[in-house]
Design a protein around this ligand. Structure first.
Ligand code: GCO
Length: 480
């Protein structure tokens, strides 16, 4: 299967990437993997996103988001599919949450669809859209599941994109209004909030490479989108703080351990640049450190060309937790050509990794990477608590009868969880883990081919089957 994220797989400004063997992957494992070892208060959940699971795109007043539009463009989605029906979570949320509970998870991360809540992007809220999420929250309450709400998981209303979307500074006002509407509607029953999902991914893939919605390209789109997203990250959090007493506020980052291929100064510099892009670009302004232009001079432009007076201070917010999302590591090699190019892809066959060390996305399985990422983020003095808000893998699962055997995924979770535990035992304040994901779903530009779920979905019949990995979690979480 083809890979998805040029950013997540390869590509940098002025650096080419290669992948390294995962021989070290299982080093440093602590003792037995048990639920008790993580502690009684450790949070166990699964993560999802509105456009990836809901379907019902034209129901109850919802208007198109940038992903609806993007899916209609020929060639953008590898399988030609879209989220029109998806897992039909819009109608099946109740039984899906029952399945989540049956696997012994007690937290559910999901995102709100902006165009369901504000079909005009701004202005008057849509009561029917709000009512859907109230029903989801009712079900969570009934099942004793703690909701973790992401405000923005990539589905901007198309009507706002038509006015420039994230590249238009007005997005600050649009987003502020949206956040206010959401906190007013759900603030009395949602305690845990995340402002943005992986801003580096939607800004780079969606606004530089054009591989994700809205399909914009080039620095002239990327740089303003980054600055506005970074501002919204902090402004959105401030609104939650002001309007929801007792809220626990976080935001999520796409993170990867980045290592140079060799010790050469050129490779190290290239790795530093990639690290600045992938890991530092959004957290450091939030911590009041500004953009990481020390390692990546291009980012000087953010302050110089896009920031207005007062912006650099406005970028900071004292988050209660940060969400770390990790899927692989990257090994960076300096290249002279092309000097300023993103998205240079390294084909899976070029990677020196064992066959069973590659997921169906073409991503290297490298459990130790999550340990390093957790250590790296915990090293910032301003980071108080960390949740792993996504981690998981797609494999080509085989369903036979009532069974979906996915031994690779079980191994993946065991190995990654060992490393999370190792980080915790080393003093990293990691307090929860959300598996990506509950259900096989719409994997963006990959369509439905990439199956990440703990639950298999037959997209013809909408039949759900808990995979062996889901049963493994049930077993693991029920002990202790
Ligand atoms: C992301 C998103 C998810 C993806 C997941 C698997 O990280 O891209 O948060 O929506 O589906 O990461 O690729």
């Amino acid at each position: 299967m083809n890979r998805r994220h040029a950013l997540k797989t390869a590509g940098t400004l002025g650096a080419g990437l290669i992948w390294s063997p995962s021989l070290l992957a299982r080093l440093g494992r602590p003792g037995d993997l048990t639920r008790q070892a993580f502690g009684r208060d450790f949070i166990w959940g699964t993560a999802t996103a509105s456009y990836q699971i809901e379907g019902a795109v034209a129901e109850d007043g919802r208007t198109p988001s940038i992903w609806d539009t993007f899916c209609d463009l020929p060639g953008k989605i590898k399988t030609g599919e879209n989220g029109d029906v998806s897992c039909d979570f819009y109608h099946r949320y109740e039984s899906d949450l029952e399945l989540l509970q049956s696997m012994q998870f007690s937290a559910f991360r999901f995102s709100l669809s902006w165009s369901r809540i504000l079909p005009d992007g701004t202005g008057t809220p849509n009561e029917a859209g709000i009512a859907f999420y109230q029903r989801v929250l009712d079900a969570c309450e009934r099942l004793n599941i703690t909701p973790y709400v992401t405000l923005y998981h990539w589905d901007l209303p198309q009507v706002l994109e038509d006015q420039g979307g994230w590249t238009n500074r007005k997005v600050l006002d649009w987003f502020a209004h949206y956040v206010e509407v959401c906190t007013q509607a759900f603030g009395n029953r949602v305690k845990y909030w995340m402002v943005l999902n992986e801003p580096v991914v939607f800004t780079s893939l969606g606004h530089f490479l054009g591989d994700h919605a809205p399909g914009r390209k080039g620095l002239k789109n990327f740089l303003p989108a980054v600055h506005h997203a970074a501002l919204c990250q902090a402004e959105g959090a401030r609104i939650i703080r002001r309007t929801v007493p007792g809220a626990v506020i976080g935001t999520t980052f796409s993170c990867a351990q980045v290592v140079p291929e060799t010790d050469s100064p050129a490779d190290k510099k290239a790795a530093g640049r990639f690290d600045a892009l992938m890991n530092r670009l959004f957290i450091e302004p939030a911590l009041g450190m500004g953009y990481p232009a020390d390692a990546f001079p291009l980012f000087e432009k953010l302050e110089r060309d896009y920031a207005q007076p007062g912006d650099m201070e406005r970028l900071a917010f004292d988050f209660d937790f940060i969400g770390v999302q990790n899927y692989f590591r990257v090994v960076v090699k300096h290249t002279v050509f092309p000097p300023i190019i993103w998205g240079k892809e390294i084909k899976p066959e070029k990677r020196e990794v064992p066959e069973d060390g590659i997921t169906a996305m073409g991503w290297e399985v490298y459990p130790e990477g999550i340990y390093h990422v957790l250590k790296q983020f915990a090293a910032y003095p301003g980071v108080k608590r960390i949740l792993v808000t996504e981690n998981g893998a797609a494999f080509d699962d085989l369903k036979s009868g009532e069974t979906v055997n996915d031994p690779q995924r079980i191994q993946f979770y065991q190995d990654y969880l060992h490393q999370v535990l190792r980080a915790k035992q080393d003093g990293v304040p990691v307090e929860g883990y959300f598996a990506w994901t509950l259900l096989d779903n719409f994997e963006w530009a990959e369509g439905y081919q990439a199956r990440f779920g703990l639950i298999h979905v037959d997209f013809e019949t909408q039949e759900r089957t808990v995979k062996e990995s889901g049963k493994w979690f049930r077993e693991f979480l029920s002990k202790g």
